[in-house]
Each structure stands twice: as structure tokens, then as C-alpha cells.
Write a protein that binds this ligand. Structure first.
Ligand SMILES: *Cc1c(COP(=O)(O)O)cnc(C)c1O
Length: 501
């Protein structure tokens, strides 16, 4: 199978022809122009493209077909939990009472949304074992920032101003050290052990009166459960520091492990990973943060409060002076939070435990299929959680084919690539996360494709190193695209869009 889809096409500006535009005001008042103050009249036409309706619709439909999506195929992007997004979530998020609610609506007319948000907070507190939850952060990274700002506020409120360091393992997601730095801390990088586990003893040795917090991902970004975490958290607390858990991998432990009960003081939840929601390309997302008793006073404002009479209201500005304040407009990404609520309703407690069981089963199945084939290295042999690491290090030494080439060749075979070269600690690594929503046939087809690519690497390496062959574009300058994004089309010739007469 190969990806033979729509081709790249000229931009909408290049397709523009004068006079073909459909955006006309049907019956403008005769004196329309005269009513506009002279200093607000355009001196030149706005430069909008002009297309007929069919050309316009086809342009955007064809662009949308260039996208790879969970609705189109398997998306094994490790750490991102690209699970199936149940369509009932979309129905719920589009209910006019939620979707059409004005963000400034008074509490009395927003009771349904406020109740949903309040209940979602309670459920997330139950799932995470935390004391209270804020729904405000816009994504996981934003949740981390909220969490570490609360840690800082906690230490400062105790007059403990000398804590300047946050300890982070070398396998951490880049957002962890970035968060620590944004909150004004110095990151201390702690190397992992050869078996991939967090080095608890190295962490202990680095703890001290300067430590504000540790940030740990459990299960780790290598897909391994850190079973000695309890010892570490004890040592963290003994040193007067707090323990932050990056909860991006919650999909592996839903209903089985509650970070709050294990002693973590604060964690974020990526609702757009664990509880579905289409995501990628920067949004939309929601990164609720759960906190233990000690951090409750510092939660962002406004919180959603339930009054003794059962009605709901938003906290008023200044009502809780210990709060770190507002982090986002209004109460958060409400549409995403409605999706998370719908997802939780449709699964229930037993269903959530089944989600994590099946996610772990799928990952172990795929890992065993690859291990058995011998096509790739499987650096960490022990039982994985919902994702695992494979590596093309040996394949590269034998054939010259790198992980990046394997990822590109997967596109020709109709699959999205897994996460590659993350975490940075694994040579030629691929982080593969199948999620619980995929069938065994899909898992087998993906394993077959990877194994076939390894065979191609031996027999016809150029087939792999020159891939993709069937995608609309070949190899891109990804670093250049990220560092110098050029997202704006500049019309080559001025476009004549006459104002309505
Ligand atoms: C996705 C992820 C994050 C960041 O979350 P966003 O919602 O993308 O901001 C942080 N840590 C880990 C381990 C992740 O996988």
C-alpha cells in the first residue's frame, strides 16, 4: 500500500482570478461608503483572493486530505497517546448550550457548564489521587508551568527562598526543564541507569536545601514503570522539596495507580492524550493540574465553586489572595474539557481500568512481535507500559539505514511514523505507542511493515534512505521549518478586489 493522495496545489492566492470572487454584499445600502468615516476607508484593496465557490471548497478539501489523522489510519506516536477520538465527544462539545455559551455569561446562566467543570475536577481528583484540580492550563506544558509556579509560591509562603533547583531525569520531555527555567529555577539533569530506570540514588544524592522540586514522569518516557518511586518521594519530602509528576503517560495507569496516593504533590494531566480529543500541531488541548493538600491554597484563580445550596459560581477576583493568579482567559479550553467529560462518562471507572490494561497489552504485544523478528533492537527487555522503545542502532551499523529513514519509509506503507529520537538517551530510538483503541490486525500490519522495512534496508537500502516515494513531499528541512517558519503567502501581483458599489 502506498500513500497516493491529493498532490500539492497552488496557493489560494495563485488560483485567484479578478472578478471571480463570491464574497459580495448582496444589496449594500447606496450610501454605504459615505457612512464610513473618511479616515477609516481603505486606500487600497485588501488583497483577498477571488475564487468561485467550487474552486474554494475543493482547495480546502484537498488541503485537508494532505493531513494524516487518527480518522485516516494508525498513529503510533509515542508519548502523544494518539488514540481514537469517539465521535460522541464531538457531539457533546457541539451542543449549543456548551458551544454557544458566551464566555462572559453571568454565573446564573452558565450553571450547566460550571457544573460540568466542577464535576470534571472531582473526577480528575479521584483518578489522580489528588486533593483538588484546576482545569485552567491550556496544555500539558502549561500545566507544568502552573504546577511549578505553585511549588515556588509554596516555598516562598514558608519564607524558604533559597531553593533554586529543580531535579529532572535525562529522559524527561523537553517541556520539563523548559518549565523549570521559565519559573526561574536551575535544572539539574540526573542521568538514568543503563536499564532505563530513573537513578533513585543519584536523585537522592542531588537532593538538598537548594532543591525546590523533582519532576518525574511515571511511567517514564521509555515506557517503564518506576517502581521505587515511593522511596524517592520520601527522600524528597525529607529534604523539604516537593514532587512533581508529569502525567502525560496516565493512559498506562488509569484505575491502577494514583500518583497522589503515592505521595506526589502535584501533577498535570493531558486530557487531549489520556481522554481523547484530536490534537497535534499545537492544539487544542487542556492540561488540568492536580495538587495535594499543601498546594491547594495556591491554585490558579478563578476556581469553580459549589455553594451550599448546590449552585455553582466562579471565584471572584482577589477572593483567594494566596492564588498564583490567572493563567489563561476564562476557565480554560472548555470545548476540550467537555470532550474529556464525555469520554469519562462513556467509559466509567471500570472502563478506564480496561483502557490502561488494553493499552499496556497492545504495547507489549507489538514489542514482542518486533523482538521476536530480530529486525530492530529492543533496548529495555522488561515489561513495558503503554509504549516501548525500539532502536535501529544495529540496523544502521549493518546497512546505513537510520531511524529517520525507517520513519519516512513507513509513510509509503500507509502508516504515521512513531516518535523518533526521543527520549534523547536512546541511540536511533523509536518510541512506539499503539494505544488501546487499535485492533490486533492493525498492530500486526504495523509490525509487518516495520519488519519489511528492515528487510528492504538489507536488500535495497536506497529504497529506504530515499523514502518517502509516495507522499506529496519528500524530505523536508524540519529544523528550518521550525526555526524560520514562513507561513504567510505574499501575492506576487496586487489583487484587484473592487468594493461593492
Ligand atoms: C506531551 C507531553 C508533555 C507536554 O504536553 P503538551 O500537552 O504537549 O503541552 C510533557 N511531557 C510528556 C512526557 C509528554 O508526552
Amino acid at each position: 500500500m502506498s500513500v497516493v493522495g491529493p498532490r500539492l496545489q497552488p496557493t489560494i492566492f495563485e488560483q485567484s482570478r479578478p472578478g471571480r470572487g463570491v464574497a459580495r454584499v448582496a444589496h449594500p445600502p447606496k450610501d454605504a461608503l459615505a457612512r464610513i468615516p473618511a479616515d477609516q476607508l481603505r486606500s487600497a484593496p485588501p488583497g483577498l483572493p477571488e475564487l468561485s465557490e467550487p474552486d474554494l471548497v475543493r482547495h480546502y478539501v484537498n488541503l485537508s486530505q494532505l493531513n494524516y489523522a487518527v480518522d485516516a489510519g494508525f498513529y503510533p506516536l509515542g508519548s502523544c497517546t494518539m488514540k481514537w477520538n469517539p465521535k460522541i465527544n464531538e457531539w457533546a462539545a457541539r451542543l449549543p448550550g456548551f458551544a454557544g455559551l458566551h464566555p462572559m455569561a453571568p454565573d446564573e446562566t452558565a450553571q450547566g457548564t460550571l457544573q460540568l467543570l466542577w464535576e470534571l475536577e472531582q473526577w480528575l481528583a479521584e483518578i489522580s489521587g489528588m486533593r483538588a484540580v484546576t482545569l485552567q492550563p491550556a496544555a500539558g506544558a502549561h500545566g507544568e508551568l502552573a504546577g511549578i509556579l505553585m511549588v515556588r509560591a509554596y516555598h516562598l509562603a514558608r519564607g524558604d527562598a533559597d531553593r533554586t533547583e529543580v531535579l529532572v531525569p535525562d529522559s524527561a520531555h523537553g517541556t520539563n526543564p523548559a518549565t523549570a527555567a521559565m519559573a526561574g529555577y536551575t535544572t539539574v539533569n540526573i542521568p538514568s541507569r543503563p536499564d532505563g530506570a530513573v537513578d533513585i540514588d543519584a536523585f537522592r544524592a542531588a537532593l538538598g536545601p537548594r532543591t525546590a522540586a523533582i519532576m518525574i514522569t511515571n511511567p517514564s518516557t521509555l515506557g517503564l514503570f518506576e517502581s521505587r518511586i515511593g522511596d524517592l518521594i520520601e527522600a524528597v519530602h525529607a529534604a523539604g522539596a516537593l514532587a512533581y509528576m508529569d502525567g502525560a503517560n496516565l493512559n498506562a495507569i488509569l484505575g491502577r495507580f494514583k500518583p497522589g496516593e503515592a505521595g506526589f504533590d502535584v501533577m498535570h494531566i493531558n486530557t487531549h492524550k489520556t481522554f481523547s480529543t484530536p490534537h497535534g500541531g499545537g492544539g487544542p488541548g487542556a492540561g488540568p493540574v492536580g495538587v495535594g493538600e499543601r498546594l491547594v491554597p495556591f491554585l490558579p484563580s478563578p476556581r469553580v465553586l459549589r455553594e451550599p445550596d448546590g449552585t455553582f459560581r466562579l471565584e471572584r477576583t482577589g477572593e483567594r489572595p494566596t492564588s498564583i493568579g490567572r493563567l489563561r482567559t476564562f476557565v480554560g479550553s472548555t470545548g476540550v474539557l467537555v470532550r474529556a467529560y464525555a469520554y469519562l462518562c462513556s467509559h466509567g471507572a471500570a472502563g478506564l481500568a480496561e483502557v490502561s490494561d488494553d493499552a499496556v497489552l497492545a504495547a507489549n504485544y507489538l514489542k514482542h512481535r518486533l523482538a521476536e523478528s530480530g529486525a530492530y533492537d529492543i533496548p529495555f527487555a522488561r515489561h513495558c507500559m503503554h509504549e516501548f522503545i525500539a532502536s535501529a542502532a544495529t540496523l544502521r551499523r549493518a546497512t546505513g539505514v537510520r531511524t529517520l529513514d525507517v520513519a519516512k519509509r513507513l509513510l509509503d506503507k500507509g502508516f504515521h511514523a512513531p516518535t523518533v529520537y526521543f527520549p534523547l538517551t536512546v541511540e536511533e530510538g523509536m518510541l512506539i505507542e499503539p494505544t488501546e483503541t487499535e485492533s490486533i490486525e492493525t498492530l500486526d500490519a504495523f509490525a509487518d511493515a516495520l519488519i519489511e522495512i528492515a528487510r528492504e534496508a538489507h536488500d535495497h537500502p536506497e529504497l529506504v534512505t530515499e523514502a518517502p516515494h509516495g507522499a506529496p513531499v519528500r524530505r523536508l528541512d524540519e529544523a528550518g521549518a521550525a526555526r524560520q517558519p514562513d507561513l504567510r503567502a505574499r501575492p506576487t501581483a496586487p489583487i484587484d478586489t473592487p468594493c461593492p458599489d
